[in-house]
Design a protein around this ligand. Sequence first.
Ligand code: ZN
Length: 283
Amino acid sequence: MKLIRHGDVGRELPGVILADGTRVDVGDVFPDFGEDFFEMVGMDELMEWVNDGCEGGREILPGTRIAAPVARPSKIVCVGKNYLDHAKELGEGIPTEPVLFMKATTCWCGPFDEVIRPPGAEKLDYEVELAVVIGKTMKHVEESEALSYVAGYSVFCDYSERGYQKDRGGQWMKGKSYDRFGPMGPWMVPASDVPDPQNLRLWCKVNGEFRQNGYTGDMMFSVAHILSYISQFMTLIPGDVVATGTPSGVAMGMSPPRYLQPGDYVEQGIEGIGEMRQRVVQG
Ligand code: ZN
């Protein structure tokens, strides 16, 4: 079973994909997949309902837009420079503690929505990342316990406008937050189906050409470490999303940089999780 959401922007409904590929709308039975769902219902109850035959569910019509698998979260917390080869290509030093930043939640969008290059921007870049969806409130959680707070995993692209990120002063937030800079999907895989989040291949292609080819085992700070670490500085609530960093191969790290252009197709995938794809359009 995987979690999906479907429908037009702003009117999305929750759903599941069954083992045989059938897509079932669960909007008449469960709240949308957000804070209330994970807090009041949770993955166990959803799985039980699926195993009992999806009573009250309706089949999702083909051609329906697929949205991000969880509702817009309260926070999108990102880890910068978490893969050594990527930290090296950025050339800004190697972190000794996790580097944290946030993306504005208004960047939240679906896995196949068009990504918008902001007006006047010329340095649009991609970053494939393993995304973690929080299932239970986390505050001062030990690393050894951290993974038990995870509801599931998904594919995330941390789109970045490097001109805003690096050339306009201040923190990274300006370069990370434009509308559509945060597609996630195409579904959320329950944590119980991902035995080891540090044993996953992840990749990104532009117009069919591999640009990033990484392995989550190469993270400098593990998923468990990151979650525990973040929970010392802020409370993570159910439905929050943590993006765990990107491997090398981003456009900015190439010589010369090969930033995204309108019309480009960008695809991201994580082995055992899923694949998504966006077309770049000019804003
Ligand atoms: Zn990133």
